[in-house]
Design a protein. Structure first.
Lengths: 73, 170
């Protein structure tokens, strides 16, 4: 993972718009993930704890809702 | 040069030549059919599905008037020090970020969490928090959004977007 140059960053809106028209375009290029044990970045089914939405909320609010959901399980 | 060397040099040279040819799809079927002992390696030996893409995390802000800023790169890799071959613990940070990106792609593909459930998953929160702390907000920002961009190639890179988040406040 490295950084994009200014020209590439300037053209990202078109790249993102193209992606919206062809969802899942990059799935065929998936790489192997070699997880570190107990790595927080690894996803599991139901990792959202059943919560939906979240648009506009802050990171702290999202984390609080997630934590509350876990505690009330 | 000994007799043994005279025999071995052509053998090793032939082995090298066949190994090079075996990297090309055109010759693989023929070479595989003749390589009963599997002595011809391929460049994917240690990674059967090697990474051929770079991942980039980008962020942009939404202003009070509803307009958005230009996308900015979120630096994930710290400069590699000269002694990285011996001691480079910072690599774990970038590894975690890379895994988070892969995990989001996995969740999207799996479909059980759904797009509306993603903001509560750990990889999403991890990337969001990292981006919000790494790139300082604009003065009139009301929220920010992240995207995962994949690139292929070297000189003229081809870009694809594999994930676009919602807007979130800081």
């Amino acid at each position: 993972m490295n950084t994009l140059n200014d020209k590439e960053l300037g053209g990202l809106d078109a790249v993102i718009a193209a992606r919206k028209m062809t969802p899942g375009l990059s799935d065929k290029y998936e790489n192997i993930v070699i997880p570190i044990n107990n790595n927080a970045s690894i996803a599991h089914t139901g990792d959202n704890t059943g919560l939906k939405g979240g648009e506009g909320l802050s990171v702290d609010s999202l984390m609080k809702l997630r934590q509350d959901s876990f505690e009330h399980r | 040069m000994s007799l043994l060397s005279l025999l071995l040099w052509p053998l090793v040279a032939l082995w090298l030549a066949i190994t090079l040819l075996a990297q090309h799809r055109r010759f693989q079927p023929l070479i595989n059919s003749l390589d009963g002992f599997h002595v011809i390696p391929r460049w994917t030996f240690f990674a059967p599905n090697p990474g051929v893409r770079d991942y980039h995390l980008v962020v942009r802000e939404r202003r009070v008037d509803g307009s958005t800023t230009e996308w900015k790169s979120v630096p994930v890799y710290a400069p590699r020090p000269g002694w990285a071959w011996l001691w480079h613990p910072e690599k774990r940070s970038s590894k975690i970020m890379n895994d988070a990106i892969q995990s989001i792609k996995f969740l999207q593909k799996q479909g059980e969490v759904g797009a509306t459930g993603l903001p509560f998953t750990m990889p999403y929160l991890l990337l969001l928090r990292y981006a919000s702390h790494t790139v300082p907000p604009e003065p009139d920002s009301t929220g920010f959004q992240i995207a995962i961009i994949e690139s292929t190639g070297h000189d003229d890179r081809k870009l694809e977007c594999s994930f676009l988040s919602d807007f979130h406040s800081r």
